[in-house]
Ligand binder design. Structure first.
Ligand code: SAJ
Length: 460
């Protein structure tokens, strides 16, 4: 019987992917396309049916490629977790959300670990890919396997490798996104590196699973903190009477030592709002306060309310209140060109506007409806009439597909948290995220604001 290392080397290993979501399905497909036999494990029977039928439910996974992998016999899916025993290598790719009290919710990893435990047998490599706090692989998974009498490095190998799947990213996919890998021991690191080298061009080993867990958290904490910084700069610019987008665009001309982030209505998605909290939570158990993470969270979470204040003031200037006003929100997805509304700040903006008595509708080409508690709001078509009828249009997601020039020409009042509306086309009133409003010319394109006088240059 060849060893696990041999089976990885000659690609005869059987690979189990536990969790066939936006991380697991692309991963499973990448290995199936390289001739590895892959079994996808799901608790959702509908996902299993779809995979078996070659129907893709992940936009980044082409149905044709999925169908071909299934037809080739290299990819199958099942809800039967006992079949994990067939697999030599297992990746756990399940959600790691936050609980209602904003603490790590490890229930999905716990359930997946129980399935692996029940099927554990000598000769398996187990890898956790779900983003989690430093120490989880070693402190939560390892003891569960050892207490069954299995020995690390003899019977099983255990590693962590952060997922770096970026939905809708046309440039980077599984194969060309470098993979960081850290084993609970050195042999596990080596085994996991060899396995990932089958499908990934660049594999970067680190000294431990804990290090690999921390790498991912640094990556996404870096984003959360820098987004928090530019959001606070927006709040500063508002008090200084400056347009934050002008300031950021100018700063971004610096070709070194600066990385552009843009302010907005807050942060959404299943990564950036959550991952840093896994780190600050863990550090609190070590009696350390992760102040940057907490401050960024405070600023980012305050942005929806700040935006609603801008809407309120804009309506007040027109002698109206939010109460009774028709407000059209453009975009409920958490970022442009995706249909994911998880943690979307737009939902909080809508909730706050409704709480103030606003009559709120939304348009989003990627989202049919959203639930606000017990209330379902269905997307409305974005038409010139809808734009003209709204007392206020609020831009929360800058989808490429939105007709921005049309928005500029037909909206009487637009509060734009994303800098998406072309100023030269504005006919009504444009209120940016910070700084003075722009009054368009009703009869035609607004005068583009004069270029700010360059410091020191005497106007003719
Ligand atoms: N956001 C801003 N300003 C910015 C950038 C983002 O307000 O300058 C907001 C977005 O609108 C969104 C939230 O932050 O609401 C998160 O945006 P994101 O661009 O970070 O997108 P995500 O959540 O899809 O993050 C993923 C992450 N990928 C993984 O964790 C594997 C992240 O590490 C990637 O850097 C990011 O995609 C990416 O670059 O697209």
């Amino acid at each position: 019987m060849s060893s696990l290392a041999d089976r990885i080397r000659d690609r005869t290993c059987r690979y189990g992917v536990l969790g066939m979501g936006y991380v697991g399905l692309p991963l499973a497909l990448a290995y199936a396309q390289r001739g590895v036999h892959v079994v996808g494990f799901e608790t959702d029977a509908e996902k299993v049916r779809a995979v078996q039928a070659g129907e893709s439910y992940i936009p980044d996974v082409p149905a044709a490629a999925l169908a071909a992998a299934v037809a080739s016999g290299h990819l199958e899916a099942t809800t039967d977790m006992s079949r994990l025993a067939e697999c030599d290598v297992i990746s756990i790719c399940v959600p790691t959300p936050l609980s209602k009290s904003r603490d790590p919710d490890v229930s999905f990893v716990d359930a997946a670990t129980r399935s692996v435990e029940a099927a554990l047998r000598p000769g398996q490599l187990i890898m956790l890919e779900s983003t989690t706090y430093p120490g989880m692989t070693e402190e939560f998974l390892l003891p569960r396997f050892e207490r069954l009498g299995f020995a690390l490095g003899r019977d099983f190998w255990l590693a962590f490798s952060p997922e770096r799947v970026d939905p809708a990213n046309r440039t980077y996919g599984i194969e060309n996104t470098p993979k960081v890998v850290g084993g609970v021991d050195e042999a596990s690191t080596r085994m996991a590196v060899e396995f990932y080298r089958i499908a990934v061009q660049t594999v970067h080993p680190v000294s431990s699973a804990r290090a690999a867990e921390m790498v991912k958290l640094l990556e996404n904490t870096f984003r959360s903190v820098n987004i928090g910084l530019v959001n606070e700069v927006a709040l500063m610019c508002d008090r200084l009477g400056l347009d934050v987008r002008e300031i950021i665009a100018a700063a971004a001309t610096k070709p070194f030592g600066y990385m552009r982030f843009d302010p907005g209505p807050g942060i959404g998605g299943h990564c950036i709002p959550l991952d840093p909290i896994y780190l600050s939570w863990k550090l609190r158990t070590l009696e350390y306060r992760a102040r940057f993470i907490e401050l960024a969270e405070d600023v980012n979470l305050a942005m929806p309310r700040y935006l609603v204040e801008r809407v309120t003031q804009a309506l007040n200037r027109l002698g109206r209140s939010v109460k009774g006003s028709e407000i059209l929100v453009l975009g409920v997805a958490y970022k442009r060109d995706v249909g994911d509304t998880r943690e979307s700040p737009a939902l909080e903006v809508i909730r706050l506007l409704r709480d103030r008595g606003g009559v709120v509708t939304f348009a989003d080409p990627y989202v049919d409806s959203v639930w606000l508690g017990e209330v379902e709001l269905r997307a409305r078509p974005l038409t010139p009439e809808a734009l003209a009828r709204a007392d206020c249009v609020v831009v929360t997601t800058d989808h490429t597909a939105f007709p921005w020039a049309q928005v500029a020409r037909h909206a009487r009042l637009v509060v734009d948290s994303r800098g998406a509306v072309p100023r030269a086309e504005v006919r009504g009133t444009l209120v940016p995220l910070s700084g003075p409003a722009l009054e368009g010319r009703p009869g035609g394109p607004a005068e583009a604001p004069a270029a700010p006088a360059a410091a020191g240059r005497i106007q003719p």
